[in-house]
Ligand binder design. Structure first.
Ligand SMILES: Nc1ncnc2c1ncn2[C@@H]1O[C@H](COP(=O)(O)OP(=O)(O)OP(=O)(O)O)[C@@H](O)[C@H]1O
Length: 209
């Protein structure tokens, strides 16, 4: 099987200290959940997938996405989407400009604007384009961040506790949105979380570090 994301005997060391070892296959549209105590290396694993390990860490093993070996690729060539706890919208750009930032190059002005507007409508934020991101609620900002990431057409989605700051109702709604979108786009997802409810909602396998 060459589809999806494969982590084959991936081992990460912090200096000489073994930090983690993981072996997993994530088919398109499926969510692999990763849990573990603080400091067990969950965020480091995502950095490794992004091709952005901090100095002092090294990794062995193979990372393959859609049959392509990721190891030799710089972060931007991997085309992965990463969402954090904080939406990290650019404060000096409007909501629409934040979304346009996610768009891949190409298409004329009208087409790009239409795609941004469609993305806003998709998450019930019609008319929010000109807004300053600072005026958005937590849930609205999370939806904009998700759409900005999806507009970049990532080949896989990496989630670092993206729901943990949302209140209960919003958390359920936002995670459903993320998982549904990933399934529809058939992109594999790696979800780092401390919340068992995320794992249940994700419906895929769980690895505990
Ligand atoms: N940028 C960095 N530079 C140096 N060491 C780091 C860096 N980021 C993390 N570490 C170290 O790497 C190890 C793993 O940390 P990591 O953040 O991956 O854990 P985590 O499982 O994501 O923890 P948490 O649940 O608290 O977010 C820890 O020993 C931590 O101190």
């Amino acid at each position: 099987m060459t589809e999806g994301l494969h982590l084959d005997r991936v081992r990460i060391f912090e200096g000489a200290r073994p930090l983690l070892e993981i072996d997993a296959r994530v088919p398109p549209g499926e969510v692999l959940s990763v849990m573990g105590p603080s400091g067990s290396g969950k965020s480091t694993l995502l950095s490794h997938l992004m091709g952005d390990l901090a100095p002092g860490f090294r990794a062995h093993g193979e990372l393959t996405l859609e049959g392509q070996d990721l190891s030799g690729l710089p972060p931007e060539a991997r085309r992965l989407g990463l969402l954090y706890q904080d939406p990290l919208l650019f404060p000096h750009l409007s909501v629409a400009e934040n979304l346009a930032f996610g768009l891949r190059p190409g298409g004329d002005r009208t087409e790009r604007r239409n795609r941004v507007e469609a993305a806003l409508a998709d998450v019930s934020l019609e008319g929010y384009g000109p807004r300053d991101p600072a005026t958005l609620s937590g849930g609205q900002a999370a939806r904009v961040a998700l759409m900005r990431t999806l507009l970049s057409e990532p080949r896989a989605l990496l989630l670092d506790e993206p729901f943990s700051k949302l209140d209960q109702g919003l958390r359920d709604q936002t995670r459903r949105l993320v998982f549904d979108r990933a399934r529809a786009a058939r992109i594999p997802v790696v979800l780092v979380t401390h919340d068992r409810a995320d794992v249940v909602a994700a419906g895929g396998p769980l690895i505990e570090l």
